[in-house]
Design a protein around this ligand. Structure first.
Ligand SMILES: *Cc1c(COP(=O)(O)O)cnc(C)c1O
Length: 399
């Protein structure tokens, strides 16, 4: 990971903002924890010793660099040049581990003895439990009681990895309730506990910190493209957006290249007008969610609207503050794909390239026919994860 020059457009400013989005809207009780992170994260990440350990683990444990694969048959079909960034080949099956590795190394250097995390479908919980096992650090994952029932295989994985899975029994017993419980735990254990957030959301410095850990994705894309096409920059980078961490990582080193189109794909669920959607920028308005000012789906009087998507990883009512700014400024192009379109794209990739993608990543693939890319264009799609975890959904479409 390269150090990023300060004061670049589209990156966080010294106050923790991206334009009018970002900041740290937190209860006073949480202030010391967040402040400790804010004061230390940049310096710790820049230390040669941190960089060495981070890069070594990414290479030898996660399996980086992940390949940049030119999808020949897909390119032929869409009459353009399509490259897949294979985050699905990361250890644990998705990009999320890039971030949890970074944060566990940071937690160790801050002298923390325990990690808490929240998880919805369990992907972030598994990535967190994995690095805690690796580093012999106690791990507590809060998960909604309902999600524990729905995601049994990931609960089993976390337990096998040695994590304690604590059910959140209040409210709708899903992700937001788990988040509240994890926050409460952190407030009560400020000295010895680190809270690993799984996407580019939450109070500053989390969105920037997570984006930096995920920026390895675009760092690799640049030199891999150069190697394969002679040019470091593509015409399009396409990524799905739940909270936005895989997109933030795929966009990071292209933000200042204004002729690279950055396409963020949200989950339209059953359709934008259906009332069952997670397409935040299409349906949302500015407001505060999970500690930062961003765009979120809300009612007239500001209540968070329950999101819906076939893919658990995109089932989130907001987006990270940097994405809100990319949307607001026009730097990012925000589009959406429905459940049906995503499933169709998953089968297309599987049948044409022999790669079974995660349902989340399939939303990005679903956009290929709508980009307007031409024969000489280069399109990079970030394949954020593999589809093993989604087989029970895919099976319903096989006769
Ligand atoms: C969690 C997840 C996502 C969504 O999270 P982002 O922070 O938006 O990247 C996307 N793809 C996969 C495979 C995931 O597991």
């Amino acid at each position: 990971m390269e150090a990023v020059a300060e004061k670049k457009l589209y990156h966080v400013d010294a106050r923790g903002y991206y334009g009018s989005f970002g900041g740290a809207f937190i209860p006073e009780m949480l202030y010391p924890n967040v402040e400790e992170l804010r004061e230390n994260y940049l310096q710790i990440i820049a230390e040669p010793d941190f960089q060495k350990e981070f890069n070594d683990l990414l290479k030898n444990y996660v399996g980086r660099p992940t390949p940049l694969y030119r999808a020949g048959r897909l390119s032929e079909k869409y009459k353009t040049n399509i490259f897949l960034k294979r985050e699905d080949l990361c250890h644990t099956g998705a990009h999320k581990v890039n971030n949890t590795i970074g944060q566990i190394l940071l937690a160790k250097r801050l002298g923390k003895k325990r990690v808490v995390a929240e998880t919805g479908a369990g992907q972030h919980g598994v990535a967190t439990a994995t690095v805690c096992a690796l580093m012999d650090i106690e791990c507590i994952v809060y998960m909604g009681e309902l999600d524990i029932e729905r995601q049994a295989p990931n609960v089993a994985r976390m337990k096998m990895l040695g994590a304690e899975v604590r059910p959140a029994t209040c409210g709708s017993r899903t992700l937001k309730d788990a988040t509240n419980e994890a926050m409460r735990h952190w407030i009560n254990n400020p000295v010895d506990t680190h809270y690993i957030i799984g996407s580019v959301v939450g109070p500053h410095p989390y969105p920037d910190m997570v984006a930096r850990f995920q920026s390895i994705i675009s760092e690799e894309i640049r030199w891999q493209l150069k190697e394969q096409t002679g040019s470091e920059t593509p015409d399009y980078v396409v990524a799905c957006v739940g909270g936005g961490s895989n997109a933030a990582g795929a966009f990071f080193h292209f933000l200042e290249d204004e002729d690279v189109k950055l396409v963020a794909v949200e989950a339209a669920g059953k359709g934008l007008e259906s009332g069952h959607s997670a397409a935040t920028t299409a349906l949302g308005k500015p407001g505060v969610l999970h500690g930062s000012r961003t765009i979120l789906m809300q009612t007239e009087d500001g209540q968070v609207v329950e999101p819906f998507s076939i893919s658990a990883g995109l089932d989130y009512p907001g987006i990270g503050p940097q994405h809100a700014y990319l949307f607001d400024s026009g730097r990012g192009i925000f589009m959406s794909a429905t459940d049906e379109e995503a499933v169709q794209a998953a089968f297309e990739l599987t049948r044409m390239e022999g790669i079974i993608p995660a349902l989340e990543s399939s939303h990005a693939l679903a956009l290929l026919g709508r980009l307007g890319a031409s024969l000489n264009d280069t399109v990079v799609v970030n394949l954020s994860g593999r589809g093993d975890k989604d087989m029970s959904t895919y099976m319903k479409y096989i006769d």
